[in-house]
Design a protein around this ligand. Sequence first.
Ligand code: UDX
Ligand code: UDX
Length: 462
Amino acid sequence: MNIKKICCIGAGYVGGPTMAVIAQKNPNIKVTVVDINEKKINLWNSKDLKNLPVYEPGLDKVIEEVRGQNLFFSTKIEENIRESQMIFISVNTPTKTYGDGMGMAADLRYVELCARKIAEVSKSDKIVVEKSTLPVKTASAIKAILDETGSGVNFEILSNPEFLAEGTAMRDLEIPDRVLIGGGQNKSGLEAINALVKIYSSWVPTKNILTTNLWSSELSKLVANAFLAQRISSINSISELCEKTGANITEVSKAIGMDSRIGSKFLNASVGFGGSCFQKDILNLVYISKSLGLDEVSEFWNQVIIMNNHQRDRFSKNILKKLYNTIADKEITILGWSFKKDTNDSRESAAIYISKNLLQEKAKIRVYDPKVKRTQIVNDLLTANISKNLIEKNVEIFDNVNLACEGSHAVAIITEWDQFKDLNWDSIYEKMKKPAFVFDGRNILDKTKLENIGFKYNGIGV
Ligand code: UDX
Ligand code: UDX
């Protein structure tokens, strides 16, 4: 099948950048990204590329090149579904906050809504591609809805999970380690797989395009994220041991990472992982395993989450302990709100949980992040059940990093933004209350240099 028109439902962190690259590499295919959120679509269409709703290094360039050529952003969902031969579902699949599986299972209501909409409006055969991360076997639910409620046209379901990491999305899309496409193994399933392989082949070497059955593809996505998160929890658990024994986590990471079987990536001890995927996907894995009666499997993966929560709590408890067991009315500067550098995304960021712990100890927090907007920071705290009153009283948000540190008792680095390494720490020290503490939740600063300035420096596992 020769695809001429693609529609992607969901103009978020995944849908937007992915479709921009697909459009750029396939000038003959018209790609339209649709979303129920009109404001977001308007932002994607904004003339000033600084206003795009997603910040990713290099994204603005690609949007400038292809938007209005063969890439479009629209709220006309039905019309675009109808006209397309291939439809990507890239809507959010948050953890359920109600009912059965609350706090663990994926909430599939948006995915189901998409399937029903596709069935309702389709007048010709469609290939429906799951881009959102979904529990294993979701494809059969989507297929059932499409077949039962559609008007007799043929639907082929593919699973094509996205492995891009935020902050490096454009590079990850441009040169992916692999593209994974799962689909039915019958004739029409294989044809659909080939149609998608052809699209990716425009820029990805064929050897990096992996095709599997549907269930392997769906499961591989969850497992990839679980393995990555597991590495972070593993190294974070050792960081605590380092602090008690005099070993240094950076040295341990390097020593084990040089074993080619272990590898050196994803071994940075930290305040704990955040982001929209790791926790959600592991909880999903835990839930699926439990539902299938695999208690040991489920508990094994649940430990990754337990360790991550512990690492965040340990960080804020350490601030409390080092500041003489009271932080009531003390000023603590939080440097970095996003869940990692080079993104404006703060979903599940450790900054939220750490700030909550500090606020509960009656500290006053002063937040600075180069990309996360003030409204988002306030919204994150409100969602974490911090009252509006407390936020107004004890949270101050700064646009200037030096002012954010002025007069503070302690500075806590939560996100590894490069600019924090190059701050004028001498002058920051001068303007802080003494003794001046630094809690480096990412081990990005030079301990000796800071101690020579006069700081009381605390890293992770050092
Ligand atoms: C999402 C999922 O969270 C992730 O599991 C998956 O791998 C990819 O898609 P992301 O793109 O980061 O990730 O989500 P988000 O930025 O929240 O974007 C989803 C978009 O879908 C939102 O703009 C939302 O308005 C839109 N949406 C949601 C619809 O257009 N229709 C719906 O019915 C629901
Ligand atoms: C992750 C996966 O990497 C990606 O393949 C998948 O598609 C979506 O989920 P993302 O959440 O964007 O991507 O970021 P990632 O770089 O994986 O970082 C996740 C979290 O782990 C961040 O909070 C990061 O700071 C933290 N991290 C990462 C560490 O604490 N230590 C490390 O060594 C690496």
